[in-house]
Design a binder for this molecule. Structure first.
Ligand code: APR
Ligand code: ZN
Length: 384
């Protein structure tokens, strides 16, 4: 009932609410009152319930991933539809939804192809920070505020395209399934879809943060018998072992390059290597860690804008495969609601990925926990 009355009170009007605005790089986010315009045709305004803090948000604050500023960050959100613009048919006010940093338009070449998920309407590769019509729905202190990847979830209300939002199981706990907007499908899909890890195989996972932990869980679920975890923060090791890592390596404490140690431990190198850090050097180390004949390396980390990945092509020649994917290759609107239902039905468990919960106004503390390596995933709750 609360949602129904909310829709009638606010639909069609500008909503004033709190949002965390990033005015510039390398500065704390500022909790401000913002104005959120009503949704235009094909758009949906969502009341955010919970949002996860992702490594990519931090890369953006640190200026490593270029996007227009000032911006409202956050792309791992769960919420309730407040109102819809003309022509919207797949969600209605009151629906529980997830929003995705990668849309699924169901019309473009990639959406129509069974193997594709990188929708042509994405705003990831060359971000504009604007809606598809080239305008913004956020204003603060008279200034236009940009969005991030068409999402922006560090706000009490946001406007997203219908193609980036999907109704989910009404029984889903929003403050947990919000991480199914990014971390969970990114990690699970890297393993199940992109690498297709096989039972009895050996794996190495570079980076044991949110994405790396989801990768570890999926490697274990796939029946990998050896899972080597690599991180420079040894505080990550006990949890990683609990999730399925069999051996932990800190590259800073090794006398040889980490790929040589992985090779010695496994004889020829692993079957599957994953990079979930976002550094060129660890991408190359991951590639060299997989066996040279049929090893598969999947890069999930996002490197700084403009950086170049280089290595001797002879590394690939014997047969190695280098791959990547966004959102784990899942078609976001088609596939991710099924993951949510699997969680509700206890077929999969994502609870160990969430180590911290904070009220939304403490967002800068959440980023501090991420930078200091104290948390896997921190979820912000919008409720007072
Ligand atoms: N070698 C090994 N581990 C490292 C190194 C390094 N040189 N540098 C950082 N790490 C570890 C950190 O200690 C941390 O545990 O990598 C992990 C990164 O985890 P998070 O900060 O939690 O980031 P996450 O959200 O998992 O994202 C990882 O994937 O989606 C991308 O943009 C995202 O590039 C980022 C990556
Ligand atoms: Zn598409």
């Amino acid at each position: 009932m609360e949602q129904a009355s909310l829709a009638t009170k606010t639909s069609g009007n500008v909503i004033r609410c709190r949002a965390a605005v990033a005015w510039t790089t390398n500065a704390p986010l500022s909790i401000e009152e913002v104005e959120v315009d009503p949704p235009k045709a094909g758009e949906v305004r969502v009341k955010i319930i919970a949002s996860g803090i992702c490594g990519t948000d931090n890369h953006t604050i640190e200026g490593k991933m270029k996007t227009p500023f000032p911006v409202i960050l956050g792309h791992e959100g769960a919420g309730v539809v407040e109102s819809i613009g003309p022509g919207v048919t797949t969600v209605k006010p009151g629906d529980k939804v997830l929003m995705f940093p990668l849309p699924e338009c169901r019309e473009c070449f990639y959406c129509l192809h069974p193997e594709g998920n990188f929708c042509e309407k994405e705003d990831i590769i060359s971000p504009t920070g604007l809606m598809l019509d080239g305008t913004s729905r956020f204003t603060c202190r008279g200034k236009k505020i940009y969005n991030i990847m068409g999402t922006s979830t560090f706000t009490e209300y946001t406007v997203v395209h219908e193609i980036a939002v999907v109704k989910i199981d009404a029984a889903a706990p929003m403050d947990t399934v919000c991480i199914m907007s990014c971390a969970v499908p990114t990690g699970f899909g890297a393993v199940f879809n992109t690498a297709q890890v096989t039972p009895g195989s050996s794996c190495v996972v570079f980076g044991l943060g949110g994405i790396g932990s989801a990768i570890v869980m999926a490697c274990k679920a796939s029946g990998a018998c050896r899972i080597i975890g690599v991180d420079i923060n040894e505080e990550k090791f006990p949890r990683a072992r609990a999730l399925g890592v069999t051996d932990c390596l800190n590259p800073n404490k090794l006398k040889k390059p980490v790929q040589e140690v992985v090779k010695e431990m496994t004889g020829v190198g692993v079957d599957f290597a994953f990079e979930a850090i976002g550094l060129i050097e660890t991408m190359v180390a991951a590639l060299k860690s997989c066996n040279r004949s049929y090893g598969v390396c999947v890069i999930m980390g996002v490197a700084p804008t403009g950086s170049q990945l280089s290595f001797d092509p002879l590394v690939l020649l014997p047969g190695r495969t280098l791959k990547s994917s966004v959102l784990g290759g899942y078609k976001t609107r088609d596939d991710i609601p099924k993951l949510v239902t699997d969680y509700v039905q206890k077929k999969i468990n994502i609870d160990p990925l969430i180590t911290h919960r904070l009220p939304f106004p403490k967002i800068n503390e959440g980023f501090r926990l991420l930078r200091e390596g104290k948390c896997i995933r921190c979820v912000l709750s919008m409720r007072p």
